[in-house]
Design a protein around this ligand. Structure first.
Ligand SMILES: [Zn+2]
Length: 163
């Protein structure tokens, strides 16, 4: 999730981003727009080629519905975002909105449905973003243990930030 550092009420807007590029998939050249219509970031390199923009973050509720009642207390991306908001202090629960699932393969079917498919990412694949404004970035390296897309084995992600 992305927010303007100057005004965290300005944030990544999935609908505007997809409408302006006329595609549900992101890749090199995609511009991520804010809810105020300003470019926030541009994807300048992408060695994976598939990133989900529609599936949202996993949560206690979705894990319970999708997998089993006893999965309710397993850690989720939403938990990570809530924890990051509490730590940051500029964001709160109400600021959690649409996110981008980088490296996640969620094809849109011909009739408009979503399917969660095995990932096409691999070790060493990366996405490079150029910030078009100063941003706050919340990242959850999905701790999902129920979805076979990561072979039930979440692995580390590396984040590099430079000027
Ligand atoms: Zn997740």
């Amino acid at each position: 999730m992305f927010y303007s550092l100057a005004n965290p009420r300005e944030r990544y807007d999935v609908q505007r981003t997809l409408r302006r590029q006329n595609s549900v998939y992101l890749g090199t050249g995609s511009v991520l727009y804010s809810n105020l219509g300003r470019p926030m970031l541009t994807i300048v390199a992408d060695t994976c080629g598939r990133h989900d923009t529609l599936g949202g973050a996993c949560a206690q509720e979705s894990n319970t519905v999708r997998y089993a009642l006893e999965k309710r207390y397993m850690h989720s991306c939403r938990d990570n975002y809530l924890r990051a908001c509490a730590h940051d202090g500029r964001l709160s629960k109400g600021d959690i909105g649409p996110n981008i699932n980088f490296f996640m393969n969620v094809p849109v079917t011909a009739d408009g449905g979503l399917t969660f498919e095995d990932g096409i990412s691999a070790p060493g694949k990366y996405v490079e973003l150029r910030a078009e404004m100063d941003v706050i970035m919340l990242i959850s390296n999905c701790p999902q243990l129920n979805n076979p897309c990561n072979a039930y084995n979440p692995t580390a992600a590396q984040v590099l930030v430079w000027n």
